[in-house]
Design a protein around this ligand. Sequence first.
Ligand SMILES: NC(=O)c1ccc[n+]([C@@H]2O[C@H](COP(=O)([O-])OP(=O)(O)OC[C@H]3O[C@@H](n4cnc5c(N)ncnc54)[C@H](OP(=O)(O)O)[C@@H]3O)[C@@H](O)[C@H]2O)c1
Length: 223
Amino acid sequence: MTTIGFIGSGNIGSALARLAVGAGHDVVLSNSRGPETLRELVARLGSRARAAAPAEAAAAGDVVVVAVPVRAYRQVPAEPLRGKVVLDTLNYDPARQGSVPEIEAGDTLPHLLLQAHLRDSSVVRAFTTVFFKHLADLARPAGAPDRSAVPIAGDDAAAKTVVVDLIDSLGYDAYDVGPLAESRRFAPGTPAQLAFLDPDGMFSAPGRPATSADLAALLDEVR
Ligand SMILES: NC(=O)c1ccc[n+]([C@@H]2O[C@H](COP(=O)([O-])OP(=O)(O)OC[C@H]3O[C@@H](n4cnc5c(N)ncnc54)[C@H](OP(=O)(O)O)[C@@H]3O)[C@@H](O)[C@H]2O)c1
């Protein structure tokens, strides 16, 4: 059992928290408006869930999920995340989430932004490819033939081992794409990022399982 902190508890954060609680983990949720605004969500998740301020959720987590709009990345508290494994779910979508000047200016790349901000944490990108509504439906027990794989990338091998185990407990295989920079191969708009989306129905359709072998072929399309 792991305690998972959440910085951001909206669509993807709360969907991951639900899976985590189901897997027997404790979760500490946070958002920008304060713990009292998460009361209903905590009640729905049950006794393994509580809400806190972002710094407290960061401090409480053995692993901490960051699931905020990219434009808010500077507000993710760096100090309590020092030395921790951080799961980076962020996808840069300026039209829907607001733009980030340093990305627009070409000073940095979206997939490297959080690690640059959290210099003393071990950031692993994961779950950037799963639409929140598909997250629970695509989860499968270990060994299921249609168990889906999520691509991960990070610069710290030990942190990736922790994340692989966590992902396994949530009902997915992890597919290690390599260092953080290689997460460009599953960036928004790439074939791997769209792996779980049925092209006919896209977001309105049920999720489509994609195994490690499926994912490997899709990742190969971006060299
Ligand atoms: N939605 C998906 O299916 C999906 C899938 C993969 C990755 N992602 C990525 O995950 C991130 C979150 O997406 P989402 O769809 O979950 O967004 P969302 O539903 O709008 O939720 C965003 C969450 O972040 C919180 N937040 C905002 N600013 C914050 C701050 N300064 N400190 C702490 N919490 C803050 C919000 O809290 P308040 O409501 O209190 O402001 C809210 O709980 C995005 O970067 C997105 O690209 C999303």
